[in-house]
Design a protein around this ligand. Sequence first.
Ligand code: ATP
Ligand code: MG
Length: 423
Amino acid sequence: MSTFSAPKGTYDLLPPDSAIVLAVREALAAPARRAGYGYVETPGFEHTELFSRGVGESTDIVTKEMYTLTTRGGTHLALRPEGTASVLRAVLQANLHRAGNLPAKLWYSGTYYRYERPQAGRYRHFSQVGAEAVGAEDPALDAELIILAADAFASLGLTGVRLLLNTLGDRECRPAYRAALQDFLRGLDLDADTRARVEINPLRVLDDKRESVRRQLAEAPRLRDHLCQACKAYHEQVRELLTAEGVAFTDDDRLVRGLDYYTRTTFEFVHDGLGSQSAVGGGGRYDGLSELIGGPPLPSVGWALGVDRTVLALRAEGVEPPVPATVEVFAVPLGSEARRVLFGLVTALRRAGVATDLAYGERGVKSAMRSANRSGARFAVVAGERDLAEGVAQLKDLESGEQSPVPLASLVEEVRGRLAPPV
Ligand code: ATP
Ligand code: MG
């Protein structure tokens, strides 16, 4: 039988690249943690209906991209295609919204599944870090989340991330705009699929990437001409807060999320080094979502940042995020007695907080030293029978090549002292 390979649209993470992915996840989440967001973890699958309602029957995610299954017991489940619906479901289920103290601020990190056409930056299994602030309407909250995401990208050393910003109006002003847009779109020359979309989800047509459609949209009615006073004022405050904190953005009134539960602030972070998969993150307000999944009105705002694409953006900019050294010390025993003694020493070093590895298997000194050099360790500890007889091991600085005997009894302290940054 031939060997297996990972399914189409998926990839494995292995060292050394996996360390970069961990560093990226950590960096994307850190600003939210510092802003009072608590960690939330939800199941990898949910009732399919949560997503068909919460993401929307008319979206590509629900119509084409969901991995669904029926259990032996007859329950319809779907692998999660995104995080927001699950997080809101969890908040409602735990009654967090009744405990007072709103907004409930939550962050998450996980893998998501969409049956997409795989290409660079677009996978069937991918990673997001997300943050949601549930149960409050305040332009400062929208601005806070946008700033946290911008700071997260900046903390990785990325300089090419741009922020696109828009407002989608609310229940007051959106319906009239939607109707005006539909009137306009019905007069265009569109294919059957797009005509159907005009009826269910007309705002999404504004997002159509095809030139034949784009050309016809130049004269489409603009949402900004239909915004109510409250939406205008709200958006102006978000823009002012971002500007005051030095977060640059581009107003983009083509940036839409067509679903009715998306309201007001909407935004996307893009990177120009990623080809057509340019979005590294996105989010916005979803004041109507809670009611759609059976909850009370709970105005909320959030984002999800793509870990895979952020890694690609780092690569495109040639930026390497700092990753912790895997090992600092590598032990090379020569002979069976040395293997026993160094095994004990390695354990003691690890317990003292020093990342340490050992040359396993009965190998010659050359091959073992090669492993020591490849490990990235700063020091090698080498010991043979003669060293043991004298109660020492050789401590070799792998950068300078200098080597000196150190008594076994004081080796842990010696190594710790030499690794500590000079004060
Ligand atoms: P796109 O327009 O690129 O399909 P989206 O609108 O479907 O993105 P969201 O649902 O807002 O994306 O997800 C947030 C982020 O997750 C995206 O900005 C992107 O970085 C990442 N992402 C979404 N789908 C994928 C995927 N299939 N593979 C890798 N990353 C993805
Ligand atoms: Mg998509």
